[in-house]
Design a binder for this molecule. Structure first.
Ligand code: ANZ
Length: 871
């Protein structure tokens, strides 16, 4: 972009962001400008940023997220929508509890301090949140309803208790999340982590797997990659589930169930593999006297699992022979039973029929342990012996034609799947099944800082729901944060409860995963103050669904699956009017920066020492320039690196990121005040009589309005800013030419007329610019509007009107020759560049026909005059 520094025409004050921003922030607060005012006459727009964890200090990476949202929300307001733009705090969870352990303070105090701090920072940024709707998940007025919702799920069998393996630190006596296990050790004390089987609470997300999958088809305004991740996460497979009888299990027959997607390969099974914790393993171990081997094997598996988690690479396959066998359901042959670390205990049946000839994992395992490999599917058109030499080298995993499969030989894989499934069904040992990768959601955490699960255990050890009128079950204050165990287990006041019959009972000490809190907060924003219900039907009817949801792609699965699941359950219960909460999703990229201690580019974060703090940015460059700097980093959906270090001239590169936007705002400031503003330009300006520079400026104004609006609509905020920068450049050049015209004009009358026209196109250009800029840089936007004479904030003014016909560039007709012969005439914009003209010429039907498929050797473009193609 060419920056043309112009002398200031009228002596305007210097742009002082500190003064301007303080003034407008105070005014907006005083006039309660951002409170959504339900106006039945207007269409609603619910804009939602994924609410943050209150971590205290914001940096410019966070600014980008909220600036994106603020642009869109303000722009919607200006376009006549009733906008709901709320903010709240996902405030339960580990960081507050860890801070509490470290500082010996209550996690609530730490959280309150962080929230207060973030309020201050959001205010400094001028974000248009409606704070009356603030929602804080760790406050009893919110978690009372999280508990109430849990009870609705519980009553309908959608929340249940069962055994599950967890990471356990024997020193801290606590369950650890996967992220808290580093190299197989507790990240707090370094003790080796064990796998422990505990009773845990689950939500039955699996019961909604099919609907969660099907309804993805309705989410046409979601990023393709998020849809894909959800599809994979839900992971639907069609296959066959059937039994294998364990050999010698006699009267009390034992069976191993397997799930396979390739039952066509049944005759190629050469061994079975069970997950290390399959329920039959201990029996086999005992029977064959290999308890020690099995225990040792399980330990090795656990260690490998940690290694995999840390490196996310493929782990080697390991296994042991249990010595037991089962019988092939079709041939009655004996098939040895192994244990293998590649079989997951919580997928399918936790057991695999191994077909090394046709499955890569089985192949690798069979090679390693010298197990037989039998080919049963040949590539169509090849014979058995070619196929056998094929599988001598690698597994053949495609579909094909059956061989070595007795009565099924010659069938295609598809036909064989149907026939073999039918046979197993006739025999009464199997059936066609559908499996999902989506697990039930383990929601219990053995921690203090979460929403207490509202149940008690009565004297008989049975679970009883806490009666709704007794909610909320409050977190107790008589606890100490030592880092050992779950503090709730030592709180007398908390533990003691009574059951429905008034007998002493023990309160549940597990709290909920914080993902439960964030699975319904968007509903609470609709009725933040409701005391008797979590949300009111009429409020949900007014505001749901969320019209635009924005957040990081790291939430593509967990949060976005859980929130969809909650919404569907509530829809089924008649509590929510929609079954998809977020029909439109945008995933913004993150801001990265070089981390000195880590020696690489990482997501901005205080712990990595690679942040540009919001406070210092705002105090040096102002909130508006800070907002623009983050929006100008690049396409909003992509990650962007914030510059660091110094350049050759010894200048701080990060400062330079702010300097460009700052200078742009200064230029806007000066040009807007460089001439008299004519408030009545709309009625006085007759565009039809404009020509020359005035016409060009007016056209540019309309183009800018259209471009900025269209770009905001598609979240292309960096290009919207570029359009405004171009517009400002055009204003400066226009100003220069208008000055020349005026000085060349001798007659006084003519000069008056010219200056009247100039003032009108100038007024149109400047008012439109201030309004377009306001969603991005609201303080300077409102200040300029006020200086132009407007009494209202941009927030209360309509988005500028543009005339699309007027904005259209004039077109010219250009003849196109092929080998010197005129073949076509094309219409192109008068100022189209060579490349655009060439493209238009080559895509003209007559030219394509004349070229008859030949590649042109040369294309000569004489701008505005002629295109000559040499074929
Ligand atoms: C035999 C077979 C032969 C298989 C063959 C594949 C190819 P998806 O598509 O992911 O559902 N499997 C089943 N349960 C498993 C478990 N708990 N842990 C690990 N693997 C398991 O995959 C289904 C296939 O994954 C099943 O089909 C089974 O291997 C394996 F030529 O059975 B297959």
């Amino acid at each position: 972009m060419i920056e043309q520094e112009q002398p200031v025409e009228k002596s305007a004050e210097r742009y002082d962001p500190g003064a301007v921003e303080a003034k407008w922030q105070a005014r907006w607060a005083e006039s309660k400008l951002f409170e959504a005012k339900p106006d039945a006459g207007k269409p609603k727009f619910y804009y939602l940023d994924m609410f943050p964890y209150p971590s205290g200090d914001l940096h410019v990476g966070h600014v980008r997220n909220y600036a994106i949202g603020d642009v869109v929300a303000r722009w919607r307001v200006m376009n006549g929508f009733d906008v709901l733009h709320p903010m709240g705090w996902d405030s339960f969870g580990l960081p507050a509890e860890n801070a509490a352990i470290k500082n010996r303070t209550h996690p609530g105090e730490w959280t309150d301090r962080c929230i207060a701090r973030m309020h201050e920072q959001f205010a400094k940024l001028g974000i248009s949140f409606d704070w009356r709707r603030e929602v804080t998940t760790c406050k009893p007025d919110y978690y009372k309803w999280t508990q109430w919702l849990f009870l609705q799920f519980f009553k309908r069998g959608l929340a249940e208790r069962r055994q599950s393996l967890v990471n356990w630190c024997p020193n801290d006596m606590t369950v650890l999340a996967n992220e808290q296990v580093k190299d197989g050790r507790c990240d707090r004390c370094g003790t080796s982590v064990e796998q422990k089987s505990l009773t845990q609470w689950f939500f039955k997300t699996s019961a909604y797997a099919q609907r969660l999958l099907d309804d993805l088809d309705t989410l046409t305004d979601w990023p393709e990659r998020v849809i894909k991740m959800q599809r994979e996460w839900i992971g639907r497979s069609e296959g066959t589930t059937f039994q294998w009888q364990v050999e010698g299990s006699g009267e009390q027959a034992e069976y191993i169930e397997v799930f396979t997607t390739r039952v066509d390969t049944l005759l190629g099974v050469t061994y079975m593999v069970l997950a290390p914790d399959h329920p039959l393993v201990d029996k086999f171990a005992q029977r064959n006297g290999i308890e020690a081997e099995v225990a040792d094997f399980r330990n090795r598996v656990a260690i490998l699992k940690d290694a995999q988690r840390d490196r996310s690479t493929d782990v080697p396959k390991i296994g042991i022979d249990t010595g037991a066998c089962c019988l092939h359901p079709l041939t009655n042959e004996r098939v040895p039973i192994w244990l293998g670390n590649y079989v997951l205990s919580d997928y399918g049946e936790g057991a695999v029929m191994a077909v090394p000839a046709h499955d890569e994992r089985d192949y690798e395992f069979a090679r390693q342990y010298n197990l037989p490999i039998k080919a049963v599917v040949a590539p169509a058109g090849s014979d058995a012996s070619t196929c056998e030499s094929l599988v001598a080298k690698a597994a053949f995993t495609d579909y094909g034609v059956l061989i070595n499969s007795a009565g099924f030989n010659g069938l295609s894989s598809e036909e064989a799947k149907l026939k073999i499934t039918a046979r197993l069904e006739e025999m009464g040992v199997g059936r066609a099944t559908v499996n999902f990768r989506l697990r039930d959601w383990c929601l219990s955490r053995q921690r203090y800082w979460g929403c207490p699960i509202p149940v008690v255990y009565n004297a008989d050890g049975e679970v009883e729901a806490v009666p709704e009128e007794q909610l909320p079950v409050l977190l107790p204050s008589d606890v100490e944060f030592t880092g050992q165990g779950n503090p709730l287990e030592t709180s007398e006041s908390f533990l003691k409860a009574v059951d429905a019959q008034g007998r002493p009972a023990r309160r549940e000490t597990d709290t909920m995963d914080t993902f439960v809190d964030s699975s319904w907060y968007f509903l609470r924003f609709c009725s933040p103050a409701a005391q008797d219900v979590p949300f009111r039907a009429e409020d949900l009817a007014r505001w749901m669904a969320v019209d635009q949801y924005v957040g990081g792609v790291e939430h593509a699965t967990m949060h976005l699956i859980y929130a969809r699941f909650f919404t569907k359950v509530l829809f089924d219960l008649g509590l929510c009017p929609v079954s998809e909460p977020f029909p439109r999703l945008f995933t913004q990229g993150m801001v990265t920066m070089w981390s000195q201690p880590e020696q690489k580019v990482l997501k901005m974060s205080k712990s990595k020492g690679n942040v540009v703090a919001l406070d210092s940015a705002v105090s040096r460059f102002g909130a508006d320039a800070t907002r623009l700097a983050t929006l100008f980093l690049g396409p909003a959906e992509l990650d962007a690196e914030w510059a660091s270090g110094v350049d050759e001239a010894g200048q701080n590169k990060s400062d330079k990121v702010f300097a460009g936007p700052y200078r742009f705002l200064e230029r806007v400031w000066r040009i807007a005040q460089s001439r008299p503003f004519e408030p009545a330009w709309k009625s006085k300006l007759d565009r039809q009589v404009l020509d020359g520079a005035h016409k060009a400026l007016s056209r540019k104004t309309h183009q800018t309005i259209l471009r900025v609006g269209a770009d905001i609509e598609r979240f292309s905020l960096n290009t919207a800013l570029a359009a405004m920068m171009e517009h400002v450049n055009a204003l400066y050049s226009w100003q220069e030419s208008a000055k020349n015209d005026a000085s060349n004009d001798a007659s006084n009358d003519a000069s008056n007329e010219a200056s009247e026209a100039a003032n009108l196109v100038f007024s149109e250009a400047v008012e439109s610019l201030a309004l377009c800029l306001a969603p991005f840089a609201p303080h300077i936007g409102d200040e300029i509007l006020e200086r132009l004479g407007f009494a209202q904030s941009s927030f209360e003014m309509p988005w500028p009107q543009a005339d699309a016909d007027w904005a259209r560039e004039e077109e010219v007709t250009v003849p196109v020759q092929v080998n010197g012969k005129l073949k076509a005439r094309i219409q192109v914009a008068a100022d189209a560049d060579q490349e655009a003209v060439q493209r238009a010429a080559l895509s003209a039907a007559e030219v394509i026909a004349a070229l008859g498929g030949q590649q042109p050797k040369r294309v000569i473009v004489v701008p505005g005059r002629l295109v000559n193609i040499v074929a």
